[in-house]
Each structure stands twice: as C-alpha cells, then as structure tokens.
Design a protein around this ligand. Structure first.
Ligand SMILES: NC(=O)c1ccc[n+]([C@@H]2O[C@H](COP(=O)([O-])OP(=O)(O)OC[C@H]3O[C@@H](n4cnc5c(N)ncnc54)[C@H](OP(=O)(O)O)[C@@H]3O)[C@@H](O)[C@H]2O)c1
Length: 283
C-alpha cells in the first residue's frame, strides 16, 4: 500500500514515516526539501499518483494568524483536491486538541483546516494531539517578563512526538473515522508546575509567576481548555522519561524552582518584590 506523507521531514512527519514503514507501507515523502510544495501544488499530482493513503502533518512557517490561515487554507485545499483526483481511500490530518476552544489565529487556522477536511468527499480521520513537550519548553523560553516567567495555571497533558507519530500511523492504517480522535500524554500536569520544572532542569533561575491571563501560543486558555475529551488515547512517555531521553539531558535532580502568584496590577505597573511563595523541589 502506498502512502503519501506531507510534512515528511518535520518532527512528526519523520517519525510517522518510520512507523508507516514498520507497518509495511511504501512511503512517498512530501516536503519542499523533496521538491514538492503543498502551497503552490508543485509536484503534488505526481507524488499522489497511485497513492491509497495521504497523511498531512505539515505545519505553517509562521504561528501568526494571517500567515498560518493562508498556509493551511491553501495547502489543505491543494492536498484534498489532489487526494480526490487520485481517489485516495483515507486522508489523515494532524490537528490540535482544544483548537475550537482557543481564540488565537493559529488555532482558528487549524480549525478551518479541520473543517475543509470534514467538508471534503475524501474519507478522512482527524487526529488531534495535546501540546508536545517541546512546545511547552518553547513556551517556557519565550514568555519572558521582567519579574519572571508568566504562566497560566491550566491543566495540560503534554505528549511526546513519538507517541503522536504512533497515533497518526495507527490512524492511517485503520479505517476512516470521519471525525476526530485525540491523543494525549499519560500524565496530567499544571502548566505552571511543568514550566517551573523545565526552568529548573536547565538551570534557569527565573521565577514562575502564576498568571491566569498569561497567553499560551497567543491564546488565553481556561483551566480545562488544553485537556482532551474523556476517551482520548494516552501515550506512554512521561515528562521524566522525555527529559531523560533528550540528546542534551539536563540535570533535574536537586534543582529548585520558585513560583508566586501575580499580584493585582498597581497603577505604575510595577510588581512588588519579595512576594514569592515557598520554593518547591522539582525532583
Ligand atoms: N506543536 C504542538 O504542540 C502540536 C500539538 C498538536 C498538533 N500539532 C500539529 O502537528 C503538525 C506537525 O507539526 P511539526 O512540529 O511536526 O511541524 P514541523 O516540524 O515544523 O514540520 C513541518 C513539515 O511541513 C513541511 N512543509 C512546510 N511547508 C511546506 C510546503 N509549502 N510544502 C511542502 N511541505 C511543507 C516541512 O518541510 P519543508 O520545510 O522541507 O517543506 C516539514 O516537513 C502541525 O500541523 C501542528 O499543528 C502540533
């Protein structure tokens, strides 16, 4: 069986290619590095010739709303048109858990991508994943603020890219479900705790400031927004295993991190010093 993987060189794509080959499938990798462009359509009909399955794990080059909307709108239309012409039997797209509940432009773009797939005549499945561990780490590096790292106290089940790729490959070799299936990590964390542990693990001494208004990838999630529905599939990789498996393992043991709650804003916009809660041991 021949399967086209769009986004084959990416974090999920490269792992999905391995999994699909393990299932015995012939994989046609698609990416600009392979000479195929899903936004211009260059090389797509040739890549899809004779394919029975298509897996879309591409990502937009920018998280900005307009750019990601333009990317997913055009790429998804091109891929679906090519899949329809090639009479593909199953089209699998990777999306985001909670995307319909998140108001930032990137998540609206992912929701529109899902709607395009739902409206298409091609039999399909939508795999929705919770944030990858790497994404939480990116958040911990990017939300810099003079008084610390502001993080919303929301619940999250981060997942490893290996577990997501396994779920995508399993979805692709199964029957179309004509709707979403969700994949999440095995453990539930609070985002502020997890970011604190990531900071401590890499020796970053900044404090975590618990701030209900702190954005997550541009959206301000509610406490439960990032969690999957009750019957989600759960991956195997825990946070501790993910940290330990990294190419650049970090010294977790004995490191400390401190968190405190954001104070009500004062008129001058200055947070009072020394309002920290007790420090917590992360390992
Ligand atoms: N990050 C998260 O926490 C998270 C959570 C849930 C779901 N997701 C979803 O997971 C998906 C995959 O993410 P990822 O992190 O694996 O992405 P990634 O590592 O950035 O990979 C993106 C892939 O898309 C390809 N691509 C980009 N533009 C292209 C174009 N014009 N034509 C052909 N190929 C193109 C890239 O290859 P070239 O550059 O060679 O073209 C690359 O293979 C995304 O759709 C994302 O929404 C992410």
């Amino acid at each position: 069986m021949r399967v086209v993987v769009a986004g084959a060189t990416g974090r999920i794509g490269s792992r999905t290619v391995v999994r699909l080959r393990d299932h015995g499938l012939e994989v046609v990798p698609v990416s600009r590095a392979e000479g195929v462009d899903v936004t211009t359509g260059k090389g797509l009909p040739e890549a899809l010739r004779g394919a029975e399955l298509v897996v879309d794990v591409t990502d937009a080059p920018s998280r900005r709303g307009r750019a990601s909307g333009a990317f997913f709108g055009t790429a998804t239309r091109n891929l679906l048109d090519a899949a329809d012409s090639a009479r593909v039997e199953h089209y699998v797209v990777l999306s985001v858990v909670g995307t319909e509940r998140l108001s930032a432009g990137y998540f609206r773009a992912k929701l529109l991508q899902e709607e395009q797939v739902r409206r298409s005549p091609v039999p399909h499945s939508i795999v929705r994943a919770t944030p990858f561990f790497e994404t939480v780490e990116t958040v911990s590096r990017s939300v810099a603020h003079p008084d610390g790292v502001h993080v919303a106290p929301v619940r999250v089940r981060p997942v490893s890219t290996d577990d997501v790729a396994a779920a995508v490959a399993r979805g692709a070799v199964g029957m179309p479900v004509f709707g979403p299936v969700e994949i999440a990590g095995p453990e539930e964390h609070r985002l502020d705790d997890l970011v604190g542990k990531m900071l401590a693990a890499r020796g970053d001494m900044r404090e975590v400031v618990v701030d209900a208004q702190a954005p997550f990838l541009g959206a301000v999630p509610g406490e439960w927004t990032l969690l999957p529905v009750a019957n989600a599939r759960l991956g195997h990789t825990t946070f501790a295993q993910w940290l330990g498996d990294r190419d650049d393992p970090l010294p977790v043991r004995g490191s400390r991190w401190v968190k405190r709650h954001r104070q009500s804003p004062d008129p001058e916009g200055i947070w009072p010093a020394g309002t920290g809660d007790a420090g917590r041991r992360s390992a």
